[in-house]
Design a protein around this ligand. Sequence first.
Ligand code: ZN
Length: 73
Amino acid sequence: MNPSSISGRSARCPRCGNAFDCCMQTGPGDCWCKALPPLPAERLDPASSCLCPECLAEEIARAARGEAAGERP
Ligand SMILES: [Zn+2]
């Protein structure tokens, strides 16, 4: 898949750069993140957009273990 061809419905993960379908674009009630446990609010970075499924799951796992948030630029 050519990343440059992605537009519109796909979001880009601010952490790993992978493109993924974001609930913000696909619409309410149709989001993969509902299948995951809720992420604590303090874990969310208001300056960035949604994380991809892989990074969100990783962040949830980190939160569950009481570790610090993932790497930041
Ligand atoms: Zn990611």
